[in-house]
Design a protein around this ligand. Structure first.
Ligand code: ATP
Ligand code: MG
Length: 348
């Protein structure tokens, strides 16, 4: 277990600046996720922490130890790759025991720890199988056992679930999180799946082009995105340009709405963030109360547990509403949208 401190880290490939003066502290024992679109530098950062990439400048510390120049095999990290990277011609047992043998652990202890690690991931019956004879989910669990068995200081995982089908992904989330909690091991998890990030993490760093756009607990990022980029990337949000008309009010579609303008700025490009599940469709202006907007229903998808509704403002801008259960409104109907006064305005 370790606190990971990253100071002013930069890395470029040829002319391309992939990481640009990145600072980050990852708390001891926490589950920390790097979230961002393809190409933003998540894997590059993870490989710097692992020691597979040498940064051009900056430092990486595990607790007080500066490990920037320490080779990967001496950093005591466990790594799980997207493609598992198992030895296909070794048995499951030998894959898991490999790291212990390489560290010259005594044979009795190798046996005890490898067996225990396989039990931990529910693969005790598979020790003698070859890695090539396993399903994707089983391979992923071997990779996890192999990373944990060495009792690493930090666990690094690069999109470990992206090759699994949707159902397996959900159950592996739970398994990884349970194992991480039991071992209390500082974990850096990379994903471009925002739902996975929200579901699993203590802290999430949203990355944009080699730097951190915003960092925080999942519920904080969701409720208080600092920029349109983060609002759009974390959860599904409707973003609408609005005119700031004074503390607590904006103008939209010829109406004045009461919203949270703490982060708004006069004359800036202010955007109202409307979470689709926070919006309510009602029949009349009266039902909408003082924070209503007239809309026309333009589309409707019934999904069983919920209904997705697409509505148009009078100026033609579209919004998505996510309502529970079956909604009986008809496409083409004139309706009213209730805007929660807690909706935030941001200007970045
Ligand atoms: N070894 C390399 N040589 C040259 N360019 C590289 C190298 N590794 C990464 N890059 C470039 O650095 C940028 C960031 O790559 P990185 O793999 O860190 O992105 P990522 O966020 O992990 O994306 P993805 O979600 O697609 O895995 C990309 O533009 C990539 O092409
Ligand atoms: Mg990557």
């Amino acid at each position: 277990m370790s606190t990971i401190t990253i100071q002013n880290l930069s890395k470029q490939f040829e002319q391309h600046h992939v990481l640009q003066g990145l600072d980050l502290t990852i708390a001891d024992g926490s589950f920390f996720t790097l979230l961002g679109p393809s190409g933003c530098g998540k894997t590059t950062l993870l490989r710097c922490i692992a020691g597979f990439n040498a940064p051009d400048s900056g430092r990486i510390l595990f607790d007080q130890d500066d490990i920037t120049g320490v080779p990967a095999h001496q950093r005591n990290i466990g790594m799980v790759f997207q493609d598992y990277a198992l030895f296909p011609d070794k048995t499951v047992y030998d894959n898991v025991a490999y790291g212990l043998r390489a560290r010259k652990v005594a044979p009795d202890e190798v046996r005890a720890r490898a067996t225990q690690a396989l039990e931990l991931v529910g693969l005790d019956g598979y020790a003698g199988r070859f890695a090539a004879q396993l399903s994707g989910g089983q391979r992923q669990r071997v990779a996890l056992a192999r990373a944990l068995v060495i009792r690493p200081r930090v666990l690094l995982m690069d999109e470990p679930l992206s090759n699994l089908d949707a159902k397996l992904r959900l159950s592996m989330r739970d398994m990884i999180r349970d194992l991480q909690r039991q071992a209390r091991i500082t974990t850096v998890f990379v994903t471009h799946d925002q739902e996975e990030a929200l579901a699993m993490s203590d802290q999430v760093a949203v990355m944009l082009a080699g730097s951190i756009a915003q960092m925080g607990a999942p519920e904080f990022l969701y409720a208080s995105p600092a920029s349109a980029y983060v609002a759009d990337f974390v959860g599904s949000a409707n973003l609408l340009s609005v005119d700031y008309t004074g503390p607590g009010t904006v103008a939209l579609g010829g109406r004045t709405l009461q919203v949270d303008t703490a982060a708004a700025e006069p004359l800036a490009n202010n955007q109202l963030v409307l979470r689709s599940e926070a919006l309510t469709l009602v029949w009349t202006e009266q039902q909408a109360g003082s924070n209503g907007l007239p809309v026309t229903l333009s589309g409707r998808q019934y999904l069983g547990a919920r209904t997705l509704l697409r509505v148009a403002l009078p100026d033609g801008r579209m919004l998505q509403v996510d309502a529970p259960g079956l909604q009986r409104h008809q496409v083409g109907q004139a309706l009213w949208l209730k805007v929660p006064p807690s909706s935030r305005v941001i200007c970045r």
